[in-house]
Structures are given as structure tokens and as C-alpha cells.
Write a protein that binds this ligand. Sequence first.
Ligand SMILES: CC(C)(COP(=O)(O)OP(=O)(O)OC[C@H]1O[C@@H](n2cnc3c(N)ncnc32)[C@H](O)[C@@H]1OP(=O)(O)O)[C@@H](O)C(=O)NCCC(=O)NCCS
Length: 167
Amino acid sequence: MLTREEEQKDWAAVRALNESAFKSSTEASLVDTLRAKAQPVISIVAEEENKVVGHILFSPVSLSDHPRLKIAGLAPMAVTPKLQRKGIGSALVRTGLEKCKRLGFGAIVVLGHPEYYPRFGFAPSARFGIGCEYAVPQVWSWSWNPACYVMPQAPLNIMLHSRKLRL
Ligand SMILES: CC(C)(COP(=O)(O)OP(=O)(O)OC[C@H]1O[C@@H](n2cnc3c(N)ncnc32)[C@H](O)[C@@H]1OP(=O)(O)O)[C@@H](O)C(=O)NCCC(=O)NCCS
């Protein structure tokens, strides 16, 4: 398995992957929207035997009162259902975080499974006084934690602004 930057030839496979991992087209459409409207987008795929088996996307988010801070949001990420729990997701997160750091992002925020992200150094954002400007939609149900997480380099006592893009 290797991780590499997504290319245009991967778009259809990335869409199919997100649809199958999330059993919905919401995240697949979010990827398409972010690719079209966000800048820069960090989009990385995991490839096995020339097939896309994982995908992760980071895009800029803003924090109120701190417009100059360079913060990225991690969303979404997905691994082919049959290949989950084999380390592909972890490889994508680690590769993505490195890339974000190289591009000068000081912190990464994510809405996601509370058991999953702490292993990469994420901590509850409430610890840094960061909240989220919108309620997590009910449709995300139990698997989504309504807390945000942030890499602890940046002590930010502010509100998170994100997902302003409409699907
Ligand atoms: C979440 C996801 C990307 C993880 O990818 P993965 O390749 O399975 O992850 P890894 O193999 O690197 O890590 C596996 C670990 O993550 C944990 N994990 C996987 N999915 C999890 C979930 N939904 N909730 C909590 N922990 C989860 C496993 O328990 C395992 O823990 P362990 O190492 O202690 O045994 C993948 O399960 C997926 O695509 N899920 C559906 C879409 C989704 O929920 N995306 C993430 C949104 S935050």
C-alpha cells in the first residue's frame, strides 16, 4: 500500500470509495465541492494494486478573531470497507498531517470518532476553548462526536468556522 497525492484520474474512484464507506453520497459530494471551491485542498489517496483503497482530504477553515491563522479541517476520510482496520486510515492521517505541516498549517481540526483521532495527537478542542459554530446534523448520529479536536500546537480561545460551503 502506498499513499500519494490524488490526481484527476482518481476522482471517480474517490467518489465511489466515499459512497461505499459512508453508505451515502453526502461525503462524496463534499469532496467534489471542496475540490471545486476550497484552496488549497490537500487530497491524498491510498493505493493498493493500482486501486484507490483510501482517501483523506484537508481544506482550510477559519477561526473567528484569528483570520490569519492557517488552520486545516480534516474531512472527510474513508477506507474501502473490506480493507478497514488494517492501518490504511492511520497511514492517510499521518501522511496528511505531515503535508499540512509542510504547507504551514499550524493546527488541524476534525469532527470525528472520539476513539480514533487522539492516537494521532488530537485532543478535545474544548481544552483550547474552541467550539463549533454549527450543530452537528442529527443525520451523522452516534458515530460523530459533536466536539471538535485540534492539534495542540495552537492555544486558540475562539470559535471554529467551517462547512460554509453548500452541497
Ligand atoms: C474511520 C476509517 C477511515 C478508519 O480507517 P481504517 O483503515 O479502518 O483505520 P486503521 O486501520 O488505521 O485504524 C484502525 C483503528 O481505528 C479504529 N476505528 C476504525 N473505525 C472506527 C470508528 N468508526 N470509530 C472508532 N474507532 C474506529 C479501530 O478500532 C482500530 O483501532 P485499533 O488500532 O485500536 O484496533 C474507516 O473505518 C472508515 O472509512 N470508516 C467509514 C467512514 C468514516 O467513518 N470516516 C471517518 C469519519 S471521522
